[in-house]
Design a protein around this ligand. Structure first.
Ligand code: PNS
Length: 156
């Protein structure tokens, strides 16, 4: 059983995240999308909302399981018996942060591997922070987030 964890804050989940989840499903038998509580980031959406949004948009993907987590990813990977982490990589600007996080996780757990997947070019500019910035000014986000959650997100 090839199992991978796709961790993130998902504040909120975007079409780019969903693209990465679908790609991961082609490679792994089970993809556990792990929504970090991440209080330090002061998310726009609550932990419960973020988990709910991810569940809603992945409900038709049989290989996907959605969980919330608090604490270290390295510990979660022990608990779930999954030694592969998936992260999306869009541009050079992502690279430094991802490199640091990958090495930090490997320093805590040497057999933890991180695999980086690129989204389709059409999603390469999308990030949760872009979505939040547009939302804050009442702009349209239909082309950025999955349709299933537009209603709930738009009313924020
Ligand atoms: O979507 P994000 O905000 O880029 O995801 C970051 C996330 C949740 C993957 C990262 O903050 C994380 O792994 N948090 C758990 C705490 C942890 O293990 N930190 C050590 C590695 S930096």
């Amino acid at each position: 059983m090839k199992r991978a964890i796709y961790p993130g804050t998902f504040d909120p989940i975007t079409l780019g995240h969903l693209d990465i989840i679908k790609r991961a499903c082609k490679i792994f038998d089970e993809v556990i999308v792990a929504v970090a509580q991440n209080k330090a980031k002061k998310p726009m959406f609550t932990y419960e909302q973020r988990v709910e949004f991810v569940k809603k948009v992945t409900k038709d993907l049989p290989k996907v399981k959605v969980i919330g987590f608090e604490g270290l990813l390295a510990n979660l990977s022990d608990e779930l018996k999954a030694n592969t982490i998936i992260r999306g990589l869009r541009a050079v600007s992502d690279f430094e942060y991802e490199l640091q996080m990958g090495y930090a996780n490997a320093s805590l757990k040497p057999d933890l591997e991180t695999i980086y997947l690129m989204p389709s070019l059409q999603y390469a500019f999308i990030s949760s922070s872009i979505v939040r910035a547009i939302l804050a000014h009442g702009g349209k986000i239909e082309h950025l987030v999955p349709s299933e959650i537009i209603g709930e997100i738009g009313s924020k």
